[in-house]
Design a protein around this ligand. Structure first.
Ligand SMILES: Nc1ncnc2c1ncn2[C@@H]1O[C@H](COP(=O)(O)OP(=O)(O)OP(=O)(O)O)[C@@H](O)[C@H]1O
Length: 318
């Protein structure tokens, strides 16, 4: 387990981390999710020893690592822009950490072959980094980070510089890779879909603090505050409460506790239908229902309907 205990960090007057505590389970893939500038990279760098906290402790697998230099923490790093050795082949880049540790040549070759197979670059040993695509380079970076059998893998927006399609592919690939190698992994991302789709746990950060930690589903269903709710998915406001658009039930007739609204627009998205509405207060609300529900309601612009929050994940708006 990685335990971050009351860590604070300032850059001049700027508070980058404000008394942050977090526990990362052994073997888990945990996402550190938050908007730009919330302190994610600073926390990751402190865990990796690339930055020193002003106060607090980092405990890795029971050992206080706060003052241990990065190369002694048994941590693998992958950043958004991977600095590969351009004059070295893929094989030599991946072997680098093992070679400088003076491992026997045969053992290194065996390990490199195995890693390149794991990351899907088996035929690429002799290429140079410039002969790889961006996605392949990041997979090589992962292989290189894994080569020295780190206890922890720290990934800072590893797919951030890639186009959307490759990014989605690599994200699924990373999940499968993690299921194979099980190394405790911390992934920094500002992309909620990325975090939701691959992480076992998500720690949501905002303004130098961790707002909430939990399984993706738990955070989505039971956000502890409006920030977490809004960051993890779409939010509508219904009479002073925040609610997910698909948790708004639409009825053709008045029911107890429901709010009258007029349909302004019906947008067919395929299986789902988005209904834009206006409450009698003039407030706009978006609801999302299935096509079957929309067909049953025979809903159209100008119709008067009644809305209520059907799910239990509502929060008071502030
Ligand atoms: N070495 C530094 N010197 C001064 N300010 C810094 C330094 N490193 C980070 N900061 C500031 O600390 C704040 C938090 O940065 P950090 O990189 O941790 O955020 P982040 O959540 O990872 O954001 P991003 O996704 O944009 O990288 C930012 O406002 C940043 O400008």
């Amino acid at each position: 387990m990685i335990s971050v205990q009351g860590v604070s960090k300032q850059f001049g007057d700027y508070v980058a981390l404000d008394d942050v505590s977090l526990e990362i389970r052994d073997g888990s893939l945990t996402a550190l999710l938050g908007p730009s500038g919330s302190g994610k990279s600073t926390l990751l760098r402190i865990i990796g020893g690339l930055e020193t906290p002003d106060s607090g402790r980092i405990v890795i697998h029971g050992d206080d690592a706060t003052n241990v230099p990065p190369q002694k923490r048994e941590i693998g790093f992958v950043f958004q822009h991977y600095a590969a050795f351009k004059h070295m082949t893929v094989r030599d880049n991946v072997a680098f950490g093992l070679t400088i540790r003076r491992q026997p040549k045969e053992k290194v070759a065996e390990r490199v072959d195995e890693l390149l197979k794991i990351v899907g670059l088996a035929g690429y040993q002799k290429r140079y980094p410039s002969q790889l695509s961006g996605g392949q380079r990041q997979r090589m970076a992962l292989a290189r980070a894994l080569a020295v059998e780190p206890r922890v893998l720290l990934l800072d927006e590893p797919f951030g510089a890639l186009d959307a399609k490759v990014r989605t592919e690599l994200r699924e690939w990373l999940r499968r890779l993690h299921d194979e190698v099980h190394v405790t992994t911390l992934l920094v991302t500002h992309d909620q879909e990325e975090a939701m789709s691959i992480a076992d746990d998500i720690a949501v950060m905002d303004n130098a603090r961790i707002e909430q930690v939990g399984h993706p589903r738990e955070l989505y269903d039971n956000p502890s505050n409006p920030f977490v709710m809004g960051f993890l998915g779409e939010v509508s406001q219904l009479a002073g409460r925040l609610v997910r658009p698909h948790d708004i039930a639409i009825a053709a007739e008045s029911v107890a506790g429901a709010h009258e609204a007029m349909v302004s627009r019906v947008i067919h998205l395929g299986f789902e239908v988005r209904v834009e509405l206006m409450l009698t207060s003039g407030e706009a609300v978006s609801a999302q229902i299935t096509r079957t529900e929309a067909d049953e309601l025979e809903i159209g612009s100008g119709d008067i309907v009644w809305l209520r929050a059907a799910g239990n994940s509502t929060l008071e708006a502030i």
